[in-house]
Design a protein around this ligand. Sequence first.
Ligand code: NAD
Length: 331
Amino acid sequence: MDLLKCYKNQKVVITGGLGMLGSTIAHLLVDSGADITLIDSMLEPYGGNLFNIYDIRDKVTVNFSDIRDKNSLKYLLINKDIVFNLAAQVSYTESLYDPYTDLEINCLGHLNVLETLRKYNPSAKIIFSGSRLEYGKIHSNPVRENHQIVPESIYAIHKYTAERYYQIYHTIHNIDAVCFRISNPYGPRQQMKHSQYGIVNWFIKMAMNGEKIKIFGKGEQIRDYIYVEELAKALILAAINKNTAGEVYNVGSGYGVKFKDMVRTVIEVVGKGNYEFVEWPDDYKNIETGDFIADISKLQKCIDWEPSTDLRSGIKKTYKYYKKYHKWYWD
Ligand SMILES: NC(=O)c1ccc[n+]([C@@H]2O[C@H](COP(=O)([O-])OP(=O)(O)OC[C@H]3O[C@@H](n4cnc5c(N)ncnc54)[C@H](O)[C@@H]3O)[C@@H](O)[C@H]2O)c1
């Protein structure tokens, strides 16, 4: 990426930097000459994993801290140029059973970061990683940013609330904030201990273990799966672009894939595992959003970005990674 040149000498902070997306951004930026600090609370059972940066450990600064801790943020965010504020409780199902933690991290924690910038570093650029789940039920595909928003989980409500904080801090306090609604990411460095995050990764693990994958209904539901490195590139490019301030963008592959085809691809690539069709469980049926394909044209008008890793190639790369390193992700 030519634009990586723009990162030379930039002071970059990535909260949630030891998770999947944060550590992928760090890997892409590490040779750009940027000064990179990763902040992560390493809370269990979230996605923070020091192995995610094993090969760049001596090129980044790591601070074990929590975005709920206002005092440490004041010292960590001062004089920084770009903040990728990715720290989160990521599971929408977990948010339904522990809504307070979701509120504390995904709303209050993000408000802390915004307030810290307003008071001590208002010229920094900040990136927010929201979710396609903010939309709730989908009425028309591909989904544009002006699609109706009726979030259907606590996680989605809090992500949307946080997105509004960012926009208000942009409008009222002139903070250079860019928000993303991310579709389904997958790829290397995601936690694999539980199934609450990306489903593609979880199925890769199941297939590697020779297990039977359950497909709800007929498996016709369509999702937009984005390989994490493509996602990371989009955020990196948007962060350095002057025209993105105050905007909200969908980010996904722009392609829809049926659930059953994703599962079949996983099984073909891994060469193990099988699947069966089962009835929709009630708790999933209630929050199923319907088919989702992101319209990414708004983002593509702004940055020179084309997500070129198709699902099969992304699954191959992900499988290769976990085949080699699985002991750092599961027993
Ligand atoms: N993975 C997905 O399916 C998905 C989909 C849409 C949006 N997102 C968003 O993208 C971002 C990155 O997600 P990811 O997939 O890399 O997840 P991840 O769990 O791998 O990374 C999140 C990181 O945040 C850290 N963290 C959690 N709470 C913290 C706190 N209070 N203070 C500091 N660090 C904290 C975790 O330890 C973890 O390392 C998140 O904001 C997430 O909500 C993820």
